[in-house]
Design a protein around this ligand. Structure first.
Ligand code: CA
Ligand code: ZN
Length: 294
């Protein structure tokens, strides 16, 4: 069970423990506020900002070398019986219309209770990734190593692929949301502690520029930037490269195909939280044509 806390993804982090390809690993995670916000009276303005977005781990994966791809199957995400959603001062497109508020959200029989309505939870992992090659990246930021991608499709049953940029990959994760909408409009989902069970594996010697997500029916690249055109280019460029390699098509045919079958979707867009835009670009799975092979 991994339960150590890191606040940055870094090649200098000491591994909490090790795992081997094929192993099932369990990560016990705090919420993004290090479990310090428990009632409506606890406001984010009283939080220690250096203790935001803790990730459990890291796990050193034996045999993972620079240039490999780490495969992470999300087998299960179990959440606590209550979480919180909060506004953050200055965060998101409606920040100027609201006050700083914490709302406690009880989870009862798989349903989130919000005022007098309830809706199904869909537990997802906000922060998950490997260590970057050189510099540390705080867990609140996304990047090409993963990190705070805040993609609501990172749920039980999803498979993630990450570039390995340091020996052992140094996998860590945290920031579970019991439920969140695309864009994470006010800057938080239902922030909640929990337990994540994953299975890890390796693809040796395979280039990957950005994290890839495989769902039941689609392949996605996930990318981010401070500006929309760049985020769109990063996500689609990597998908174009992967399709070209898997299908044997040239870049022009891949571009044409992406225009017909690619869907660009928003993971997070709550400026000025870390970056302005986190996107995912997805294409349908075609049988016999995986974009990445385990
Ligand atoms: Ca997050
Ligand atoms: Zn979160």
């Amino acid at each position: 069970m991994f339960s150590n806390c890191i606040y940055a993804f870094s090649p200098d982090n000491k591994p909490e423990s090790t795992g081997k390809p094929g192993d099932t690993l369990v990560f016990k995670t705090m919420d993004c506020f290090s479990n310090t916000i428990k009632t409506a009276a606890d406001l984010v303005t009283s939080c220690d900002y250096s203790k935001m977005n803790p990730a459990a781990g890291p796990a050193y994966i034996e045999g993972a070398e620079v240039g490999d791809v780490l495969v992470v199957d999300i087998l299960d995400i179990v959440v606590a019986s209550q979480g919180v959603v909060t506004t953050l001062p200055g965060c998101g497109p409606l920040a100027d219309t609201v006050e700083t508020r914490t709302k406690v959200v009880p989870i009862v029989n798989g349903m989130a209770q919000f005022n007098d309505v309830e809706f199904p939870i869909n537990p997802m992992i906000g922060v998950i990734g490997t260590a970057p090659a050189k510099e540390a990246v705080v867990c609140g930021h996304p990047g090409s190593h993963g990190g705070n991608m805040d993609c609501k499709l990172i749920t039980k049953g999803a498979r993630l692929f990450f570039p390995v940029r340091t020996a052992g990959a140094l996998l860590a994760m945290g920031d579970i949301h019991a439920v969140m909408g695309d864009s994470e409009l006010c800057g938080t989902g239902v922030e909640i502690p929990g337990e994540i069970t994953v299975k890890v594996d390796l693809i040796k010697n395979t280039l990957l520029e950005w994290p890839v997500l495989e769902t039941a029916d689609k392949w996605y690249t996930i990318a981010c930037s401070h500006d929309y055109p760049e985020a769109a280019r990063f996500a689609s460029l990597e998908l174009q490269r992967l399709i070209s390699k898997a299908y044997g098509w040239d870049l022009t045919d891949c571009y044409l195909y992406l225009s017909l079958q690619g869907d660009m979707e928003i993971c997070q867009a709550c400026k000025p939280c870390s970056v302005e835009l986190i996107l995912r670009m997805g294409v349908p799975k075609r049988s016999g044509l995986p974009l990445l092979k385990k």
